[in-house]
Design a protein around this ligand. Structure first.
Ligand code: ADP
Ligand code: MG
Length: 230
């Protein structure tokens, strides 16, 4: 569904990704793990088109989208949930969702679908996003992305900074989302166990390079922890 091929990406003069290649399977999940500063968020920004690569290509559903702007990639079915549970803090939950739904042909139905996945949001429709808990804001951010009916979802550390009691709930929702089919996910995640449970493929990123990769699943946990320990 998504292929990154030899991506070199940076900010100003500094290069962060030194030729990263990875693939997200059709209807499947690829997980990217790595320490803080490894370049995981930079990778997702390049995948959605917020950063232009100095070299390499981004292929989505077989099409070279390297030169396309973010909104053109969104129109093709890519959705991006940045790190940090961002929504419009002064708008209510309902307004944050409606804003996306209004701009889509099937928006109303897609919004109802998203709320079925996150039923807790139904009770928070009148609350400002800025007053939601971290877990609730993350649910809202994912729900907003789903309203665009994406074929590929880019998720940047969806459980980061969330109360431990809520982390498992978010993880279960992400798993049920990926298992119902029709959606590919590029998941950046620090929780190795969860990431491998969700993913068909994993990639460990260190200082802007893929240093380890393989099939997902619990069996990979030792290899990944070893790769992360060095
Ligand atoms: N907006 C930016 N401008 C300059 N450097 C940045 C910016 N964002 C990230 N970086 C640098 O790029 C490197 C990778 O950051 P990032 O992709 O956020 O890593 P990760 O998500 O793996 O923690 C870090 O050295 C970071 O300081
Ligand atoms: Mg990051």
């Amino acid at each position: 569904m998504l292929e990154l091929d030899g991506l070199q990406v940076g900010y100003g003069r500094s290069l962060v990704l030194h030729g990263v290649s990875l693939a997200v399977p059709d209807d499947g999940v690829a997980a990217v793990m790595g320490h803080n500063g490894a370049g995981k968020s930079t990778l997702l920004r390049a995948a959605i088109g917020l950063l232009k690569p100095r070299a390499g290509r981004v292929l989505f559903a077989g099409e070279d989208v390297t030169r396309l702007a973010p909104h053109e990639r969104v129109a093709r079915g890519v959705a991006y949930v940045p790190q940090g549970q961002q929504s419009f803090p002064h708008l209510t939950t309902a307004e944050n969702l409606q804003l996306i739904a209004d701009s889509r042909p099937r928006g109303k139905a897609a919004m109802a679908d998203a709320l079925d996945l996150f039923p807790a949001l139904r009770g928070l429709m009148g609350r400002r996003a800025g007053l939601l808990s971290g877990g609730q804001r993350q649910q809202l951010a994912i729900a907003r992305a789903l309203i665009t009916s994406p074929r590929l979802l880019l998720l940047d550390e969806p459980t980061e900074g969330i109360q431990p009691s809520v982390v498992a709930e978010i993880q279960e929702t992400i798993l049920s989302l990926t298992r119902r089919g029709g959606l590919s996910v590029l998941l950046v995640e620090q929780h190795v166990g969860f990431a491998l449970r969700a993913a068909e493929r994993y990639y460990v990123l260190e200082s802007g390079r893929v240093t380890s990769s393989g099939a997902g699943g619990q069996e990979a946990e030792r290899d990944v922890r070893q790769a992360l320990a060095v």
